[in-house]
Design a protein around this ligand. Structure first.
Ligand SMILES: [Zn+2]
Length: 368
């Protein structure tokens, strides 16, 4: 989001508080919602101008040199091409100050959209593998986190995810990631698993996710984004998943839908991401409305926002305008993200109270 948009949003939020939410535009309604973001990647949140600046600073070859070039660079042919671009882009991150810049910009950008709490995924092993000291990575992201928290009151926790890349030696990647997570329990709350699903069966990560469970780390693998229900079943059985990244392909298996609904396993849905990587053709075909109809526990998230030309705010607007959800359903998505988070109870209660005040005004306005 551009700075100007955020300021405009704040001014409009004031109007909504005066009880005019029934006449609020979609933007005013979305801006009034206190939000929680559960599925966003730090490395995938790099603003194009930051990518250019860091590439210049470190003399990284093979990347675009202007904003038009970045826009073309971020046009993905398919999911594999997206992964290639992502891996090329992360090469600009070299030292603690780069990670601090990225973390600060990402957290401030979320705060400007009304995000009160976020669980942000990053992939330490992608950097460790390139020879960067893990302590450099952590010192950087923590500095950015603290600066953004102090400036805005947003609260951030980290999910360290294993880069599940078919070409990578996944044993050291898994061990390096959980070691990183366990060494930094003060702000790393979960073990994740990202990258392509095709060619990366989930059962091979059983040991490391079992170790995460035994150590009290939460488990949040990606599953059911580019492959079918089997990957989600495997994530539940072998990885002890407490939440699923994407999970949209659950709809292919009615027994899985029943299980996810009964067990209340949350799914982190990222509509624009699915369109931009080509796993869903267009908004009208996106399964989110169907998932809500089936009473699956779903939240709305942005994944890799600048790479996909979106923001979390845009995802809420798309839910209203492109997916045809009502304001009540969209407010429910905001509430679900609070409930599905691993935030401390006091943090959840405070955001929930703030959201309830907004939705109460919505209900009053509808009754009138
Ligand atoms: Zn993701």
């Amino acid at each position: 989001m551009r700075q100007g948009d955020a300021r405009q949003g704040d001014a409009r939020q004031g109007d909504a508080r005066e009880g005019t939410i029934d006449r609020a535009t979609d933007e005013e309604f979305v801006d009034a919602l206190p939000k929680v973001e559960l599925h966003v990647h730090l490395e995938g949140s790099m603003h194009p101008r930051t990518l250019l600046a860091l590439a210049r600073r470190h003399g990284v070859d093979g990347l675009p040199t202007d904003l038009d070039g970045v826009a073309k660079f971020y046009e993905f042919r398919d999911f594999d091409h997206f992964i290639d671009v992502y891996l090329a882009a992360v090469r600009v991150l070299r030292d603690a100050s780069d990670f601090a810049l990225l973390a600060r910009e990402t957290a401030l950008g979320l705060a400007a959209q009304g995000v009160r709490y976020a669980e942000i995924t990053f992939t330490p092993f992608l950097h460790i593998e390139r020879g960067i000291d893990p302590s450099e990575v952590f010192a950087g992201v923590e500095q950015g986190r603290r600066e953004a928290e102090e400036a805005t009151g947003i609260q951030i926790r980290w999910i360290a995810d294993i880069p599940g890349l078919p070409d990578m030696d996944l044993r050291p990647a898994s061990e390096g990631t959980i070691e990183f997570a366990l060494n930094h329990r003060e702000s790393v709350i979960a073990l994740g698993l990202g990258g392509p699903e095709v060619g990366v069966p989930r059962p091979q990560f059983a040991d490391v996710f079992t170790a995460a469970r035994d150590a009290g780390l939460h488990r949040i693998p990606h599953a059911g984004e580019t492959t079918g229900p089997r990957t989600i079943w495997d994530s539940l059985e072998y990885l002890h998943a407490e939440r699923i990244g994407h999970g949209i392909r659950a709809l292919d298996d009615p027994a899985l839908v029943d299980h996810l609904r009964a067990a209340r396993i949350p799914l982190e849905v990222c509509p624009t991401s699915n369109l931009r990587t080509g796993v869903v053709a267009d908004y009208p075909e996106h399964p989110l409305p169907r998932m809500i109809e089936l009473d699956l526990p779903v939240s709305l998230n942005s994944d890799d926002p600048p790479m996909f030309g979106t923001t979390l705010r845009d995802e809420y607007l798309h839910a209203l305008r492109s997916l045809g959800l009502s304001r009540g359903q969209v407010a429910d998505l905001a509430a679900a993200a609070i409930d599905h988070s691993f935030a401390p109870a006091a943090v959840k209660d405070a955001i929930r109270a703030e959201l309830d005040a907004v939705t109460d005004r919505l209900a009053d306005a509808t009754d009138r």
